[in-house]
Design a binder for this molecule. Structure first.
Ligand code: FAD
Length: 522
């Protein structure tokens, strides 16, 4: 017997993204089937959120009336409402720059570090999502909202019949046939639609080939215990996405509130080959030997899951949408976790796609809108890839790496602030990539930095980076007296009214909503 299901939309993959897309569609009265190959709870990589990602969670929750989702947008509400769902506290982005084989050392100018606060205090801080719990919680929300949920289902084929898409699969030994008006692919890179339609992969144009090696640990020591700072940092250094950068690669450390820490590395092929990255735990030990101060953090640590070796981190699909189907950005491309760009890109895609399905009837108008969705998704992946590629090229050059990464922090914090002020039209495109001045400049600066300029060309590049940042800098990023430690300062926002197109009263109200007294100077 074949199980037959008819739905308006079939969502393939019940990671956080598939469940969120399903939830939004259900709130618009669509009949949704959510199909999952595996079963929750399950391990998933991709854990660190950002202010923009959390703002987009809020926007989704408000637009689609999902108050039970909104609590996940901040550490404080999450801890009170859903202590059963593990997560980590993320107050900012922490970078330390290492020389291979040498113990970490720095000067009072912080030449080998960069700390950028993302929030002024814990209550409204970002989080690391412990995906086994988080994804399960959202899949349950989707079911409670009325999604037909088929887990442990192996989809085998996709075909169009008239204006319907048919998905054939097997569940529990039984054939399943799903007929849907539209298919959203949320099954990750090289996912279901990619394979079923034989979509081509697009080569990365800028990024060097990289490999991943990662798992979850217990007993990872805090960096601030091993290397106490002589002066108070802008936020507790380990309550952050902690990056250890070295020539040819970097390691991440994300601490959860259940005693576990996600740690891993993204490595260019030569570094991956040098440590034999496919060897799992043995490769990890060899990597730690390259960064002795990081090794100290792992002296009493134990991996609680087997290591994952990803022979290629980055992935790009040549196509993103077509008649009757679309890939979420996370299925269309993975760049690199270096700047935690996966979540905001994916959440922007969910908002756009659900809106598109709501506004356009099937047919020519929708096909045109899907083409625009494809172009936007590819352009945003391009902008991200170019910047991250330039950062890879400068991993042996901390001053230039830091300068370049401020482009990201300027674009991200500006975009977040104008969205919070109700002026999203001032920040078009992820990383302002569709802004007529900033977008092309970001691309040009990324290329110029990747070329490794020396002498006067390098000084000219640094000055040009500063000029690109200045109109969007609402966080004191160009204030060199901060010595690459950037706290969240109310006065920076109050001084940025012209850039933001906002009155002092509007900024004051925004600061109050964030629990920051506007008179506070630091
Ligand atoms: C090493 C690494 C680290 C990362 N770190 C970060 C980070 O810190 N911050 C960030 O913002 N982004 C990060 N990313 C990107 C992030 O992982 C993705 O943006 C995110 O996981 C996307 O979630 P998702 O729900 O779309 O897909 P996934 O998490 O990949 O979930 C896909 C789901 O689809 C299911 N599925 C797969 N195939 C099928 C099928 N054929 N049929 C049915 N179901 C199927 C899977 O079982 C799974 O449940 C990282 C990526 C990598 C590779």
């Amino acid at each position: 017997m074949t199980i037959r299901i008819q739905a308006d939309v079939a969502v393939v993959g019940s990671g956080f993204a598939g469940s969120l897309a399903a939830l939004a569609l259900l709130r618009r009265g669509r009949r949704v089937v959510l199909v999952e190959r595996g079963r929750h709870p399950r391990f998933a990589i991709g854990e660190s959120s950002t202010p923009l990602a959390n703002l987009l969670i809020e926007e989704l929750a408000d637009r689609y009336d999902l108050p039970r989702l909104r609590v996940f947008s901040k550490w404080g509400t999450w801890q009170r409402a859903r202590p059963d769902v593990a997560c980590g506290l993320k107050r900012g982005f922490t970078f330390f720059f290492h020389q291979p084989g040498a113990a970490f050392a720095d000067d009072r100018g912080h030449a080998r570090q960069l700390l950028v606060a993302a929030s002024p205090h814990d209550e409204i801080a970002d989080t690391h999502w412990y995906r086994p719990d988080f994804d399960q919680a959202l899949a349950r929300e989707a079911q409670a909202e009325g999604a037909i949920y088929l887990d442990e289902t192996r989809l085998e084929a996709l075909r169009r019949e008239g204006d319907r898409t048919l998905l054939d699969g097997v569940r529990d030994g039984q054939s399943v046939q799903i007929g849907a008006g539209f298919v959203i692919d949320a099954s990750g890179p090289r996912g279901f639609v990619q394979r079923a339609l034989g979509l081509a992969e697009a080569p990365c144009r800028w990024l060097p080939p990289t490999q991943g090696l990662y798992t979850h640990f217990e007993g990872v020591e805090r960096w601030d215990r091993l290397m106490p700072s002589p002066e108070p940092p802008p936020y507790p250094i380990d309550d952050a996405a902690l990056h250890h950068v070295f020539p040819g690669g970097w390691m991440w450390m994300l601490r959860f509130n259940n005693g576990l820490t996600s740690a891993g590395a993204a490595l260019t092929d030569p570094v991956a080959a040098a440590i034999g990255a496919a060897d799992g735990a043995a490769a990890w030990s060899r990597l730690l030997a390259m960064v002795p101060s990081v090794a100290e953090q792992f002296q009493s640590a134990r991996a609680v899951l087997p290591f994952v070796h990803a022979p290629r981190v980055a992935f790009r699909s040549a196509r993103v949408a077509g008649p009757g189907w679309a890939l979420l950005p996370s299925a269309a491309g993975v760049i690199d976790p270096l700047l935690s760009t996966g979540f905001p890109l994916t959440l922007l895609g969910i908002l756009r796609l659900v809106d598109l399905l709501e506004r356009t009837p099937p047919g020519r108008e929708r096909d045109a809108a899907l083409l625009a969705y494809e172009q936007t998704t590819l352009a945003e992946l391009d902008a991200t890839e170019r910047l991250v590629a330039a950062l890879y090229r400068t991993m042996d050059d901390p001053p230039l790496f830091k300068r370049l990464s401020l482009l990201y922090f300027a674009a991200a914090s500006f975009s977040e602030t104008v969205r919070r002020l109700g002026r999203p039209e001032r920040a078009r495109g992820f990383l302002l990539s569709a802004h007529p001045a900033f977008g092309p400049e970001l691309a040009a600066l990324s290329s110029a930095a990747a070329a490794g300029p020396q002498g006067s060309a390098r000084r000219a590049l640094e000055a040009r980076i500063d000029r690109a940042i200045e109109p969007f800098d609402t966080a004191g990023l160009l204030d060199r007296r901060r010595r690459d430690w950037y706290p969240v300062v109310a006065a920076d926002l109050l001084a940025s009214g012209d850039k933001l197109g906002a009155t002092p009263a509007e900024i004051t109200r925004l600061l109050e909503r964030c629990g920051m007294a506007p008179t506070v100077g630091s």
